[in-house]
Write a protein that binds this ligand. Structure first.
Ligand SMILES: CC(=O)N[C@H](C=O)[C@@H](O)[C@H](O)[C@H](O)COP(=O)(O)O
Length: 234
């Protein structure tokens, strides 16, 4: 395995990446609104952005030289799958993404983990493998991923079993620790909601942490406060 850390990942090391995404049909799902949120994140000191779809990547590319992780979500009827086709990955690279995020779950790839290396070769970009379990992280690392993200823990049948008694509301810091212990460059992503959770991931030795909804989803943020309002608790 030839594994050097690509420049775009060097640039993210020790940093916070802000994921700016919105579901179709929500008021935030507008390229200019996404751009405003992303630019705000950059003003706040984000070290990079994670963006869904070539339109958003293309809109933000001239705004920053910091790394952009691009992904292309496709709904498979049950959940969003992340960049399931090589053509979608190439589209993200052409739009200006520095790193391509790919769904690297057994649920999605089955035995086709070599697709990760094909995407890296076709795009000439490092691949971030979004995994849900430790085993998937190892497979992804052995098949050409440059970094592994804990993004999909809790979103596949395999990972829901593994999380078991742990709260599905919390980030999967156990998976983070396992990947780091195996010497795999790791991005902590998925359900990081508080600064202390982010600090815990850095303490565990991750390369970077990705925070999404806690910063960029006003609907989810509002809901969390509303749930604590006395009227809702009655
Ligand atoms: C599961 C899935 O499709 N995750 C997506 C991956 O890009 C995004 O919807 C998440 O917002 C992102 O991973 C950041 O996570 P959080 O928003 O929990 O901080």
């Amino acid at each position: 395995m030839t594994h050097h850390l690509p420049a775009a990942l060097e640039a993210l090391t020790g940093g916070l990446v802000v994921s700016v995404q919105a579901d179709d049909g929500t008021p935030v799902r507008n390229v200019e609104v996404i751009a405003a949120l992303a630019e705000s994140a950059l003003l706040g000191g984000a070290h990079g952005l994670r963006l869904n779809g070539p339109d958003d990547v293309r809109r933000l590319r001239p705004v920053t030289e910091l790394p952009i992780i691009g992904l292309h979500k496709v709904h498979n009827g049950i959940r969003n799958v992340i960049t399931p086709e090589i053509g979608l990955a190439v589209g993200l690279a052409e739009a200006g993404a520095d790193i391509i995020a790919v769904d690297a779950t057994v649920e999605q790839l089955g035995a086709r983990f070599d697709m990760l290396r094909e995407i890296a070769d076709a795009t000439r970009r490092p691949v971030m493998a979004d995994v849900s379990t430790f085993e998937e992280g190892v497979l992804a690392w052995e098949n050409g991923a440059s970094v592994v993200g804990t993004t999909l823990s809790g979103y596949t049948p395999e990972s829901r079993r593994a999380v078991g008694a742990g709260s599905i509301d919390d980030p999967d810091l156990r998976l983070v620790a396992e990947l780091v212990a195996a010497g795999i460059p790791t991005m902590a992503e998925g359900r990081y909601r508080t600064p202390s959770q982010v600090a815990a991931a850095f303490d565990a030795g991750v390369l970077a942490v990705v925070v999404g909804g806690a910063i960029t989803d006003p609907i989810a943020i509002t809901r969390r406060f509303v749930d604590l309002a006395s009227g809702a608790r009655a």
